[in-house]
Every structure is written in structure tokens, then in C-alpha cells.
Design a protein around this ligand. Structure first.
Ligand SMILES: Cc1cc2nc3c(=O)[nH]c(=O)nc-3n(C[C@H](O)[C@H](O)[C@H](O)COP(=O)(O)OP(=O)(O)OC[C@H]3O[C@@H](n4cnc5c(N)ncnc54)[C@H](O)[C@@H]3O)c2cc1C
Length: 479
């Protein structure tokens, strides 16, 4: 990060977004105070970090995939943190097996294999080592302090009010309060309305953790770790420390499946029946780490902090991570986007030292270009279903267009040009606009879409909902 005029920065929330912001602002020379509601006692290692409770961010114990974009962000901005992650056993895995003739940028297509708790633990240790950064845990922020000075048409946030009634003041307040933080309520009390677009995914996660046997070779895994059977979307993700998590995402209103999968034995049986996760269970049962962990309320949501002309509606205040934009966790975008926003905000601050208006305009314009497309894409993917077959079914657009889209996903399996484009897209390395600017890719896509019948959708492997429920009913000894 470039050195800049130091400002006092308060960050509310010590999850991935808040920690990334603390690093980015701390390393740019600002005086940073990070306030986190959870107690977060020091943990000695990744295992202890995994066991620690995290009431403020309970999703840390759900399956997390870390897309190639976060690896690139780490490499470019915090290479030492990437080294730290490797030093505690995190690895990378190619995001796609076959890319044909190598191209510049292919080296970026690697996802990070790490538990979310390990990722956050390593990040927190890097923040704690940072001069000018103070981390205060067990501190709850209750709201903001603001004024309407002569020089501004809109409220200027100048600090936070803590739950004990005391106030802390700063030049910049960053809300990294996650999905459940009440940013609109806080700003409404300052006279600022925050429009939101929300689309519920209608899904809930059922996840379970396991120890993989020491003989298990992750490099020999089939690349297909998950799938989408419509009634269940699922993924098995190895983590650091010889761990595995499997998530089965089902409709929150599917009471039968929810009840069945809540039972640990039946959950394991479902993993064995699903192509992808089944490969982890071929050598026998795995040693579980705890029971099945359900989590609901998974949504897509974007908040707006500018008016129609792009002028900021509030100054001195910025939201990052889920407090700004949430995307359906199924696509694994949240941590990468939170990280990206932390970096973008620090860069906007460096570009416009002491200029709250220019900083806010730049940051929100960057969000519109770099983050908002992923909100829209997540909503569209939710409508279509994550599987190619979904594009040919309801909600995938008009008949021919949907058929063409489905053909693209099928072609991507064997065509390195389309496969690379789609892998870059799924890993947040190329926005839809970037893909549309790639002439070679467009030509190849047009060829496929003109002849979709040459790319029939393969028959879905895996049980129907009814078959799965019947299999689970037959599990002996299940409660
Ligand atoms: C089930 C599930 C699975 C997911 N899977 C993935 C995945 O595979 N890959 C991926 O990249 N992303 C995934 N995500 C999304 C990812 O977890 C979030 O996008 C990411 O945590 C956002 O980081 P954040 O810093 O904005 O919020 P969080 O990490 O949620 O952190 C918010 C922090 O703010 C603190 N806080 C809140 N209010 C206050 C307050 N008033 N005062 C003080 N502190 C406060 C909380 O205690 C918490 O520590 C998943 C999310 C869910 C729900």
C-alpha cells in the first residue's frame, strides 16, 4: 500500500473484511482501531482457532471455499500473509484441471485450501503484529456519531457509540459488521437512508466436518467435488490440518430432507450417495468432528451509499464485506469480495488524502464496477440454478438463449478457451464485462451457441430426492 496522509480509522467488526481493512489501512500508515464484539481469546494454533466459538460470525464453522481472486489479492497486497498461510499448512489447488495450451494468467487459477477459522486466525495474527493498529475485542458498537457541518450537504460520521455509552471518534469509520450488522439502522439514526436490494436464496446449509485419514491424497481427488441436483446443491471441501467439510444446501422449506440430514448417520449416508463427496468415503467411514451444523438466512443483498447522480449520501463512513454486499454463499464469493473492498477503500483513501467526498465517490464507483456485477450474477445464477441444466429449465431466459447458455457450460468441460473463461469468471478473475471484451472467447462462444444441439446436457448423476430420502430412511440405527 502506498504511504499516505495518516488518518484515524475506526473499523467495526473483526471478520475477514475488518481484518483485511485493518491490514490495508495499517500498512498505509493510518492509525487504526478495530472493535470486535466477540471476545476472541488468543489461540495457539489452527486447531484451537477451529474449536473457538465465534458467535458474531457463526458461518466460520461452515464450509468455505476460497476463490482464486483472494489468492491473487493476497499475493499482490499481502504476500507475507500468503506465506504465513502456507507455513501453517494451507495449500492451493488448480481451479481447473485442463487449460490446454498455457496462457498468461493461468498461474492465477488456483484456489486456497484452508479452513475459514485458520484463514481468519492467520489474518488476525498479521493484524496484531501491525504497528499503528489496535485490536479491541469484547467491545460492542451500538451506533454512530455524526454531524452536519457547514461544508457538507450530507451527514458526516465522526465516530461510534459503544454499548457502554462511551464514544470514540475518528476521521473514517468502516462498518465490517457482516450480514447481520444493522448499517441501515445506524445510518437512519444519522438521517441517512440506505436503499437495499435483497433476494433470499431460499436455501439453508447443512454441514459436517471430518478428519481425513493421513493416507488420503488430496492431489488424487477427482476435480468434481460437488454438484447440483436441484433439490440439493452440495460440495465437499478439504481444509488444512487433514480436514474435510461437506455441505448439503437444501431448500429451507424442505422439512423432510432437513429432518433427515440433521441426523449425523443419515448425513454421512447422503454424502456416500452424492457423486463428488462420495469419493471421500470410498475407503470407509471418516472420523467426524462434531455433528451436523445447520445455517439458514442465506441471501443476496446490496446496499447503496450514493444518490442517483453518484454523489455520496454519507461522508466519513464506509461499509465493506457483507455489510455492503452479500452474495449467496454457494458461490464462495463473500471473503474475496470483502478483501477486495478493503483494498479498494484503502486505495481510494490513498488517492484522495483528507478528501472524504472524493474518497466516497471513488470507492462506490469501484464497487459499482467490481462488486455489483457479482451481486447481479449471483441473483441470476440463483434463478437459473447453478447447474447447466438449470439454464435450460425455468428461469434461464428465453428458450433458445437458455439452451445456448447450457451448451456453453457443457462445452466448457472439454473446450479450454471456454473452460478458461468460465473458470476465470467463477473465480472472480473476470467480470461478465471482461468476458464480453475477449474476442477469441466471444467467437468460440458464438460457434457453440449457434449449434447447441452438438452439446447435449449429460444426464444428471445422483439420486432423485425421493431416492435419497428412501436411502436415508433405511439407515440402521439413525435416530
Ligand atoms: C453459510 C455460509 C457459508 C459461506 N461460505 C463462503 C465461502 O465458501 N467462501 C467465501 O468466500 N465466503 C463464504 N461465505 C461468506 C463469508 O463468510 C462472508 O462474506 C464474510 O465473512 C464477510 O466478511 P465480513 O467481514 O463482512 O463479515 P463477518 O466475517 O461476518 O464478520 C463480521 C464481524 O463483525 C462483528 N460485529 C458485528 N456487529 C458488531 C458490533 N455492533 N460491534 C462490534 N463487532 C460487531 C461480528 O462479531 C463479526 O466478527 C459464507 C457465508 C455463509 C453464511
Amino acid at each position: 500500500m502506498p504511504e499516505t496522509t495518516p488518518e484515524e480509522v475506526l473499523i467495526v467488526g473483526g471478520g475477514v473484511g475488518g481484518l483485511a481493512a485493518a491490514l490495508a489501512f495499517g500498512r498505509a500508515g493510518h492509525k487504526v482501531t478495530l472493535l470486535e464484539r466477540d471476545p476472541l481469546p488468543a489461540t495457539a494454533d489452527a486447531e484451537e482457532a477451529f474449536r473457538a466459538e465465534r458467535r458474531g460470525a457463526p458461518q466460520v464453522h461452515q464450509t468455505h471455499g476460497f476463490l482464486a481472486r483472494i489468492v491473487v489479492l493476497l499475493r499482490e497486497h499481502f504476500p507475507d500473509v500468503l506465506e504465513d498461510l502456507r507455513a501453517v499448512g494451507c495449500t492451493t489447488m488448480p481451479a481447473r484441471a485442463d487449460l490446454g495450451e498455457p496462457r498468461p494468467g493461468d498461474e492465477d487459477l488456483a484456489v486456497l485450501i484452508v479452513r475459514r477459522t485458520t484463514f481468519e486466525w492467520v489474518l488476525r495474527k498479521a493484524v496484531l503484529r501491525q504497528p499503528h493498529v489496535e485490536v479491541r475485542t469484547d467491545v460492542t458498537v451500538a451506533g454512530l456519531t455524526s454531524s452536519l457541518p457547514d461544508w457538507s450537504d450530507v451527514p458526516v460520521v465522526d465516530g461510534v457509540r459503544l454499548a457502554d455509552g462511551s464514544e470514540l471518534h475518528a476521521d473514517i469509520v468502516i462498518a465490517a459488521t457482516g450480514r447481520r450488522g444493522d448499517v441501515p439502522g445506524w445510518l437512519s439514526a444519522c438521517g441517512v437512508e440506505v436503499p437495499e436490494k435483497v433476494r433470499e436464496s431460499g436455501l439453508m446449509y447443512m454441514s459436517r466436518w471430518y478428519h481425513l485419514p493421513s493416507t488420503f491424497d488430496v492431489d488424487e481427488l477427482d476435480a468434481k467435488l460437488g454438484g447440483d441436483l436441484g433439490f440439493v446443491k452440495y460440495l465437499g471441501v478439504p481444509g488444512d490440518g487433514g480436514t474435510l467439510s461437506v455441505t448439503l444446501a437444501i431448500r429451507s422449506d424442505d422439512a423432510d430432507l432437513r429432518a433427515a440430514l440433521g441426523d449425523a448417520d443419515r448425513f454421512d449416508q447422503a454424502c456416500r450417495a452424492l457423486p463428488g463427496p462420495d469419493q471421500f468415503f470410498t475407503h470407509g467411514p471418516l472420523e467426524p468432528i462434531g455433528g451436523v451444523r445447520p445455517m439458514g438466512g442465506l441471501l443476496n443483498r446490496i446496499r447503496t451509499f450514493t444518490d442517483d447522480a453518484g454523489a455520496p449520501t454519507v461522508l466519513g463512513f464506509h461499509a465493506i464485506g457483507d455489510a455492503h454486499t452479500c452474495t449467496n454463499p454457494l458461490y464462495g464469493r463473500g471473503c474475496s469480495l470483502a478483501f477486495l473492498q478493503a483494498v479498494m477503500l484503502a486505495q481510494a483513501t490513498a488517492k484522495h488524502p483528507g478528501d472524504a467526498v472524493a474518497r466516497a465517490k471513488t470507492y462506490e464507483a469501484d464497487n459499482q464496477r467490481e462488486v455489483e456485477p457479482w451481486f447481479e450474477v449471483s441473483v441470476q445464477m440463483d434463478k437459473a440454478g447453478a447447474d447447466p441444466a438449470g439454464f435450460a429449465g425455468a428461469g434461464g431466459g428465453d428458450g433458445e438463449g437458455a439452451k445456448g447458455m447450457a451448451a456453453l457450460f457443457v462445452a466448457a468441460e472439454t473446450d479450454p478457451i471456454i473452460g478458461r473463461g468460465i473458470a476465470r469468471f467463477f473465480n472472480l478473475l473476470a467480470t461478465p464485462a471482461d468476458l464480453m471484451a475477449d474476442a477469441e472467447l466471444l467467437t468460440r462462444m458464438a460457434e457453440v451457441m449457434a449449434n447447441p444441439d452438438a452439446y447435449p446436457i449429460p444426464r444428471q448423476e445422483g439420486p432423485s430426492r425421493r431416492e435419497l430420502l428412501e436411502t436415508l430412511d433405511a439407515v440402521p440405527g439413525a435416530a
